[in-house]
Design a protein around this ligand. Structure first.
Ligand code: ZN
Length: 285
């Protein structure tokens, strides 16, 4: 969490109540803890103080450092990160913003000697599911339904932002490590119509937009049969069911792992479109 982030939120959502769930990591930056508490106190109306990778420190001690500069009336101290998130979502009112800070896309809570699985994202999504169930029980057109809907919209916004952060990090990594990146220009809209939102969540096209901005991206024609073409001999299958992950070429007997084979083809076609440039194949497992 940073000062910038909260200031940003305040500018984006003027006069909105902001709740925050956060904690500070153990074994680092002890001096920053009360400062972070102070910033949260300045910008947020409800502060759910919890644990965030305590590592080898006593989590209670970490929280006591943070809360020195937090107004008692705003403070909810809940050691369990999962319970803190649930409580924060339950207490959220119409139009309020909830900021779950710290973990982003990490999947671990680090207690020094033990590491436990924990994902902010999963926890938030579970809570949204519960709220969705409540919502479907509420009468259509009713006031309480409208309110519940608004709350959900806010929760969705926060997850979208987390995803964007992750996309930027991933795009930076790829841009730094690869001179050229070849991707299939997948027809996301068509894919959604066929398989529903799960397949992409439109996230892939959002990611491609970010990636194109930062790296040399060459898009391959969406109608090129990258999966169905044998990367060894060029034979093209008539059909390849999505469920089939491995196949053997009927022409040359080469054994293929579906995605690896497709990536070899995409690389080959992409490289051939970059006239005059030397392109070296790099494979990421
Ligand atoms: Zn073949």
């Amino acid at each position: 969490m940073s000062n910038m982030m909260n200031q940003n939120l305040n500018q984006q959502f003027k006069n909105k109540n902001i709740s925050i769930v956060f904690g500070c990591g153990g074994n680092r930056d002890e001096i920053k803890r009360p400062k972070m508490g102070q910033i949260a106190n300045q910008f947020c109306n409800k502060i759910y103080l919890t644990d965030d990778n305590p590592r080898n420190e006593n989590p209670k001690k970490i929280r006591s450092h943070i809360k020195r500069k937090i107004n008692q009336s705003k403070l909810y101290e809940i050691a369990s990160r999962g319970k803190a998130i649930k409580e924060a979502i339950n207490n959220l009112h119409t139009g309020e913003i909830l900021l779950v800070a710290g973990k982003g896309h990490e999947n671990i809570q680090d207690y020094g000697t033990s590491k436990k699985f924990f994902s902010d994202r999963k926890c938030i999504l579970n809570q949204i599911k519960k709220k969705n169930k409540n919502l479907s029980k509420k009468q259509k057109g009713s006031n309480s339904r409208r309110k519940a809907k608004l709350q959900l919209a806010k929760l969705h916004i926060k997850i979208a932002n987390q995803r964007k952060d992750y996309f930027h990090k991933l795009a930076n990594f790829l841009a730094k490590n690869y001179d050229n990146i070849f991707i299939e220009d997948l027809n996301i809209k068509a894919m959604q119509m066929m398989w529903g939102r799960k397949i992409s969540d439109l996230a892939f096209s959002e990611f491609v937009n970010i990636l194109e901005y930062k790296a040399n991206v060459t898009k391959i024609d969406r109608f090129y049969p990258s999966s169905k073409t044998c990367s060894n001999c060029g034979y093209v299958l008539k059909e390849l069911n999505l469920k089939i992950r491995e196949w053997s070429c009927p022409s040359c007997n080469a054994k293929h792992q579906r995605d690896v084979n497709a990536s070899i083809n995409i690389h080959r076609v992409g490289a051939s479109t970059l006239a005059g440039e030397v392109v070296r194949a790099t494979f990421v497992a």
